[in-house]
Design a protein around this ligand. Structure first.
Ligand SMILES: Nc1ncnc2c1ncn2[C@@H]1O[C@H](COP(=O)(O)OP(=O)(O)O)[C@@H](O)[C@H]1O
Ligand SMILES: [Mg+2]
Length: 374
């Protein structure tokens, strides 16, 4: 796939050709004009973001069992990214759902669980194949929305202002335009030149193509994480940009449309780069707190209940902040009776708290949950 340069905006007279009410089939192909994207201010911010991400990538290794972080951060990101689309859940409900075997949760919880599933699937595919195709993206969106409508065919998809209902953007509609744009997008995603500026450009482009009837926001935010994994900015999916987008949501929408209307790439790119920097730094703090708690917990168990101490036992309480007897039987390899006794002893020394959810006993690692909730 060749990356032909974008149709010249001046020649197209895009100021005239962009009409929020009409399908924007003239959305330019990537790459955008580098004079607009690689400005001094952007490059300065990119440096800061790259170093924050590098620190995060390195620090992730201080946690021995990577599932601890992946579980914690992915669930957080799934919750927040869904919340941007007004799918609201609580951490407590989510962890209950994760540890539940009944599978009976409310619709919002289900959506967050689907998001998590889609993100894991993307992570797996990137690791196995080192490339992301449009079919992969379609599969992820299918996991998310639980239907196989795939790429939009019927007209009628438009983005409207939440409050006024006014149409602010109508994505491309002709099959030809959508095909050309998606092919160009994945070629740009997979090409050899990696940069965080490109990730910001890709996110704008993906949202502007808006290839699906629904789930574009969430799929696009998963694609961002996959980009960081593919280009080895991170080894595991622990970016949680969505918390930043929630805090700055009006600006997120404004900056997207400003690129379309006025070619204002700089502000958009800086917005995304700042978000990656900020959330990387927050995650760094969180990882340090988790590591401290893990070390303290290991010490406490070794000292107070040395007979039952094992690395696997303690790590299980961190992989599953809401723990159940079954998790211990399988990770430690003991019978139910012993597992149950272990958990009760952990309650006795103040590491876990026991709750009943329906008929199930759940053991919560309360100090960890406090860290994760923040
Ligand atoms: N002006 C715009 N141009 C392109 N994309 C936009 C614009 N405004 C918002 N978006 C994107 O559209 C997403 C919402 O699309 P939607 O398909 O409903 O996704 P989801 O189902 O995940 O909510 C937002 O999260 C945002 O990323
Ligand atoms: Mg939606």
């Amino acid at each position: 796939m060749s990356l032909t340069s974008a149709p010249n905006r001046e020649i197209l007279g895009h100021m005239e050709s962009f009409d929020p009410q009409k399908p924007y089939d003239a959305l330019p192909l990537l790459p955008p004009d580098s004079a607009k994207t690689d400005t001094v201010a952007v490059l300065r911010q990119e440096n800061k973001t790259v170093s924050a991400l590098a620190e995060l990538k390195g620090l992730a290794n201080i946690i021995p069992n990577q599932s601890i972080l992946i579980n914690a951060i992915v669930l957080q990101e799934a919750k927040d990214s869904s919340e941007i689309e007004n799918i609201i859940t609580t951490k407590d409900e989510l962890y209950k759902a994760v540890s539940s075997t009944t599978g009976k949760y409310d619709p919002a919880i289900k959506e967050v669980m689907f998001y998590r599933e889609a993100l894991y699937e993307g992570f797996k595919r990137i690791r196995e194949r080192n490339v992301l195709s449009m079919n992969d993206i379609i599969s992820l969106q299918q996991i998310l929305v639980r239907n196989n409508a795939g790429i939009r065919k019927l007209p009628g998809t438009a983005l409207a202002n939440d409050k006024t209902g006014e149409i602010i953007y109508t994505p491309p509609q002709s099959e030809e335009a959508i095909n050309a744009l998606t092919a160009n997008l994945v070629a740009y995603f997979n090409d050899d030149e990696a940069s965080l500026i490109k990730m910001a450009v890709l996110h704008y482009q993906f949202e502007s193509i808006h290839p699906f009837y629904d789930g574009n926001g969430r799929t696009g935010r998963i694609v961002n994480i996959l980009y960081l994994l593919l280009k080895q900015y991170l080894d595991i999916p622990i970016l949680y940009l969505s918390s930043y987008i929630i805090k700055n949501k009006a600006l997120y929408y404004k900056l997207l449309i400003d690129v379309t209307k006025d070619g204002k790439w700089e502000d958009w790119i800086i917005y995304i780069l700042k978000g990656v920097e900020e959330t990387s730094r927050e995650t760094i703090v969180k990882i340090r707190q988790i590591k401290d708690l893990l070390d303290k917990t290991i010490e406490r168990v070794k000292e107070r209940i040395p007979k039952i101490y094992s690395k696997e036992l303690v790590e299980t309480l961190f992989v599953n902040p809401y723990c159940k007897i079954e998790f211990i039987t399988s990770s430690v390899g003991v019978e139910r009776k012993a597992a149950s006794r272990y958990l009760r002893q952990l309650v006795d020394i103040g590491i876990l708290k026991e709750y009943k959810v329906g008929k199930e006993n759940i053991f919560i690692n309360t100090d960890l949950f406090e860290i994760l909730k923040k």
